[in-house]
Design a binder for this molecule. Structure first.
Ligand SMILES: *Cc1c(COP(=O)(O)O)cnc(C)c1O
Length: 212
């Protein structure tokens, strides 16, 4: 199971029955968008020995400096996750009140299936928000107009980032599959960071308000 979005702070898949948990350490665990790393976690000694053998023989062990960056990042994981989630809740509420935002996907929003699943198996909702705006032109305008929030791939860092799924994260997914899963040209994904939430909301607001 891939636990990258919630991190072990909010969700512990081994206790839910998973055999192997995957984490992109590049994201919340590292937390500062400054290194690449990955983790495989298991509670089976047999599996862990097999995985360790593969990692050792293919030579994909993490370099000392990257290991150090990840260890340093993990020390602040709880406070980063809490703050980013608090910001995400506020931004999701702001987006829900915007007339030109058609849909907001965030598990912290009550009344959704994602909310119920998250409440059952996790201790938080994380800080990944996806939202659909009313036109492709508006989506492109927002990506070009935010001043504080960069338009960049990746997630889970202290900085808030905006991503355009159709040409970035999901570019290799066939268009029919994208559409079936609600991934449209009007969709934006935001990894909410730990900045001051009023500044983030103000930035999104000025980007939307400056659209002709
Ligand atoms: C980024 C990401 C990965 C891949 O991790 P890298 O560190 O970029 O190799 C895997 N799963 C999820 C959910 C991710 O966001």
């Amino acid at each position: 199971m891939d636990n990258t979005f919630l991190s072990p702070y909010f969700q512990k898949p081994l206790t839910l029955g998973a055999d192997i948990v995957v984490h992109s350490g590049t994201k919340f665990l590292g937390g500062h968008n400054d290194t690449l790393a990955g983790f495989l976690v298991t509670n089976s000694l047999e599996l862990s020995e097999q995985l360790r053998f593969i990692i050792k023989t293919v030579g994909s062990g993490l370099a000392p400096f990257d290991s150090w960056l990840i260890l340093r990042g993990i020390k602040t994981l709880p406070i980063r996750m809490e703050r980013a989630q608090e910001n995400a809740q506020a931004i999701a509420a702001f987006l829900q009140g915007e007339s030109r935002v058609r849909k907001v996907y965030y598990p912290g929003i009550p009344g959704t299936q994602a909310h119920e699943i998250c409440k059952r198996q996790a201790s938080g909702f994380g800080s990944m928000i996806t939202f659909e705006v009313e036109s492709v032109r508006l989506a492109h305008h927002i990506l070009k107009s935010t001043r504080l929030i960069p338009f960049a791939e990746s997630l889970g860092g202290v900085e808030t980032l905006l991503t355009y799924p159709t040409t970035q994260t999901h570019a290799d997914v066939p268009v029919e599959v994208q559409r079936k899963n609600g991934i449209t040209d009007c969709l934006l994904r935001m990894s909410v960071g730990i900045e001051t939430k009023e500044d983030l909301i103000e930035d999104l607001k000025q980007a939307m308000d400056s659209f002709g």
